[in-house]
Design a protein around this ligand. Structure first.
Ligand code: RP5
Length: 165
């Protein structure tokens, strides 16, 4: 396989219902010109797919995996157990427990298999995209410049004083 042409980021999620949240990560990657793939990979409903994805991640040239799931959110941790590719976990907000269930399911990994856990919901997904960009920027000066510009633009957009709505 031509690793130079491989997509460096995999965005995976437990369900189609996670996509509105995980799209926030994809939007950031689009803005920064980072290519990625998207897959539905459920720890519970498609465990063989999870296994195959983790087993082939390094060989396929993935550099970072962003994994979002809700409820009993085992996908990020199981993926981290299967590949040394860094996994960034996004706790998807749930109706029953507001995503605290997702957060706790992703956060408390046992020593040896880390998941970089983001905030619950859309902000967490966007930050996962930015975290992935930061990791890739370590060895990509052009991307580093784009990320610096993105951060500066956000900073510049914040007014110094509040105004009446
Ligand atoms: C998890 O269960 C998924 O990540 C999703 O957040 C949640 C609910 O999935 P659906 O019932 O909407 O498919 O596995």
């Amino acid at each position: 396989m031509d690793k130079a042409a491989a997509k460096p980021v995999g965005i995976i999620m437990g369900s189609q219902s996670d996509w509105p949240t995980m799209r926030e990560a994809a939007t950031i990657l689009d803005e920064l010109g980072i290519s990625y793939e998207t897959r539905i990979v459920s720890a519970h409903r498609t465990p063989d797919r999870l296994w195959d994805y983790g087993k082939t991640a390094v060989a396929r040239g993935l550099k970072v995996i962003i994994a979002g799931a809700g409820g009993a959110a085992h996908l990020p941790g199981m993926m981290a157990s299967k590949t040394r590719v860094p996994v960034i976990g996004v706790p998807v907000q749930t109706r029953a427990l507001s995503g605290v269930d997702s957060l706790y399911s992703i956060l408390q990994m046992p020593k040896g298999y880390p998941v970089a856990t983001m905030a619950i919901g859309a902000a967490g997904a966007a930050n996962a995209g930015l975290m992935a960009a930061g990791i890739l920027a370590i060895s990509d000066p052009d991307l580093a410049a784009r990320l610096d510009a993105w951060r500066q633009a956000l900073s510049d957009s914040i007014p110094e004083e509040p105004k009446d709505e």
